[in-house]
Design a protein around this ligand. Structure first.
Ligand SMILES: Cc1cc2nc3c(=O)[nH]c(=O)nc-3n(C[C@H](O)[C@H](O)[C@H](O)COP(=O)(O)OP(=O)(O)OC[C@H]3O[C@@H](n4cnc5c(N)ncnc54)[C@H](O)[C@@H]3O)c2cc1C
Length: 314
């Protein structure tokens, strides 16, 4: 599964919205059984735009032998990459900026360790100070918007509902920690283990619940938790009734062939829901919110971050 929507602004602008940053691992910190925080360092990071929220980046991982096929610095790096023979294509994966300190030349990314099954997880397991990687991220020199963020709540939402699995923990954590004091929010995070509940620095009206699935399947805990939260939010008057058109049958998305991704322009005043994680789980969550609970579909943003059994293919 690939998200390359940042390509459009790159092509349009003279100064690319996204550019490559050549960095090295400075340090690693094992946060919990499933998360490792990798701090990258490099002088180039002084030009990395600190946009916050769910800022996504691309990581270009080394080929065996620490090889990186040159792609040039232009806005067409992705097209160049696609034109390469498969054996010369460095794996590319999508991640979230957990924190960036451009002044110190540092960038934190929180990796889910899901085993030796994919190049990114494998790389993160073995990452050590000095290891090289290329981060494609927002360019502070770009005069316009750099893109790569999907957090777009209405100016006056009555209640925010943020729900996701472990891959969305970095994005949801950044968003939740930036919410202003007058916003009511429910944050539901399904993670592999109880010890994966990480400390979050949120304001008192932001209610955070960690849901350790242990031996369960993705969504087993998150789906009922979203259902319960919706009941509570409704009881407290935090949602608007949906218009009849908005609850019409949702079109089916083939999550094994297409990207499950929609960030609608949400109306003011009611509930705004933001869902991210494994695509099958996100699809069920969205269906529940819109078709069963009758939430206006334009108030539900949903993003399939990865798909069980399928590699992100660059
Ligand atoms: C916008 C966006 C932001 C993201 N931010 C983050 C982030 O900050 N941190 C993070 O860890 N992930 C994040 N992800 C998810 C990450 O891109 C995927 O998990 C990715 O597939 C990992 O690449 P890989 O090389 O390890 O595995 P792949 O080669 O893509 O997949 C190999 C196998 O592993 C499975 N797999 C992939 N991810 C997982 C997982 N998490 N748990 C169990 N099995 C898995 C696949 O289904 C496949 O069978 C984000 C995704 C998107 C789209």
């Amino acid at each position: 599964m690939t998200v390359v929507s940042e390509q459009a602004p790159e092509r349009a602008a003279e100064i690319p919205a996204y550019r490559a940053f050549h960095v090295r691992v400075l340090r690693t910190a094992r946060l919990s059984p499933s998360f490792v925080r990798i701090t990258f360092g490099g002088e180039e990071l002084s030009g990395f735009a600190d946009n916050g929220f769910d800022q996504r980046i691309k990581l270009i991982l080394p080929l065996p032998g620490d090889r990186f096929t040159p792609l040039g610095d232009g806005a067409d790096w992705y097209q160049q990459w696609r034109a390469l023979p498969v054996e010369l294509r460095n794996p590319i994966r999508t991640y979230t900026v957990r924190a960036v300190r451009p002044g110190q030349g540092e960038l934190d990314v929180d990796f889910v360790l899901h085993g030796d099954t994919g190049p990114a997880s494998r790389w993160a397991i073995h990452a050590a100070p000095g290891h090289r990687i290329i981060v494609v991220g927002p360019n502070t020199a770009c005069p316009g918007p750099t893109g790569g963020q999907e957090w777009a709540p209405p100016a006056r939402a009555a209640h925010l509902l943020l729900a996701g699995d472990e891959t969305a923990v970095p994005a949801i954590s950044c968003i939740a920690e930036s919410l202003p004091g007058d916003v009511r929010a429910t944050v539901l995070l399904e993670v592999p283990r109880a010890a994966d509940a990480l400390p979050l620095n949120v304001r008192p009206d932001v209610r955070v619940t960690w849901l350790p699935r242990e031996a369960g399947r993705h969504g087993d805990l998150l789906i009922p938790a979203v259902r319960d939260a919706l009941g509570e939010i409704t009881a407290a008057g935090g949602r608007c009734p949906a218009s009849p058109e908005s609850t019409a049958l949702l079109e089916d998305v083939d999550i094994d062939g297409e990207i499950l991704w929609e960030v609608p322009h949400a109306p003011d005043g009611g509930l705004y829901a933001w869902l991210a994680g494994e695509a099958g789980m996100v699809k069920l969550l969205r269906r529940h919110l819109v078709q069963e609970a009758g939430i206006d579909r334009s108030s539900v943003a949903f993003m399939g971050y990865w798909r069980l059994g399928r590699s992100e293919t660059g």
